[in-house]
Design a protein around this ligand. Structure first.
Ligand SMILES: *Cc1c(COP(=O)(O)O)cnc(C)c1O
Length: 221
């Protein structure tokens, strides 16, 4: 079950950093989410499109749904009508598809660009050089139905705190760099989504302002 005292404890720390908590509800039933919703929590994250859509349909419509997991192009259409923030844009092609689907619903979809900061091979996301060259090209500026709000990253799953700290610091540096270079006139590039149950304190001290927290709130999956 949801640990609300743990939530309050994290929320207190997050507040000092002006950070938002996204409660990651993957694998948790709708009834649990509804209880959490009744505590006044409205930011929820899911990593699978199908599960996200099922929950969206059954739950109150003022919930802000975050897609935090890998997004396949052919599934964008299912979330385009309602998703609040997509954290996992990892190619220009995907960005174009999100733009196209958003246009069909006449809405602007907020997105984050996912950056590959971990050493593990299987993690998704842009490499930093790839990201810079994509931004340099500037084509993204023609996509009028998406709004790029910032970056997302996941650290290596390790006990080694120095590795994690380095990865978060690298992402924060990249974030500042991109913000000052490509989004100077655009105050809406402001979200740095990094930090999960095991590393959120480290993430905050490295400059995160959005945490994605699951297991320490809801228990092991
Ligand atoms: C599951 C998940 C989280 C939350 O992880 P916990 O360790 O349970 O807090 C955060 N981000 C992504 C992308 C996830 O898939």
């Amino acid at each position: 079950m949801f640990d609300s005292s743990k939530y309050n404890e994290i929320a207190k720390v997050a507040k000092d950093y002006k950070a938002t908590i996204v409660a990651v509800t993957k694998t948790k039933p709708v009834s649990d989410i509804l209880e959490v919703y009744h505590l006044g929590i409205k930011e929820f994250g899911e990593n699978k499109v199908q599960e996200l859509c099922n929950k969206y349909e059954q739950l109150p419509k003022d919930i802000h749904w975050h897609l935090i997991g890998h997004l396949q192009s052919n599934k964008v259409k299912y979330i385009a009508p309602f998703v609040s923030l997509i954290h996992s844009i990892d190619s220009y092609k995907l960005l174009e598809i999100v733009n196209k689907e958003a246009a069909k619903h006449n809405r602007i979809i907020k997105v984050l660009l996912q950056v590959h900061i971990a050493t593990e091979e299987e993690k998704f996301g842009f490499d930093s050089e790839e990201l810079i060259s994509f931004l340099n090209e500037g084509k993204f500026r023609n996509l009028s139905y998406i709004s790029i709000r910032g970056l997302m990253g996941m650290a290596t799953f390790t006990e080694d705190k120095e590795v994690v700290r380095n990865e978060f610091t690298t992402l924060k540096f990249l974030f500042n760099n991109i913000k000052n270079t490509y989004f100077k006139e655009d105050k809406s590039f402001e979200i740095l989504s990094m930090g999960m149950s095991g590393d959120y304190e480290m993430a905050l001290s490295a400059g995160s302002n959005m945490l994605r927290i699951g297991s320490i709130l809801f228990g092991k999956r």
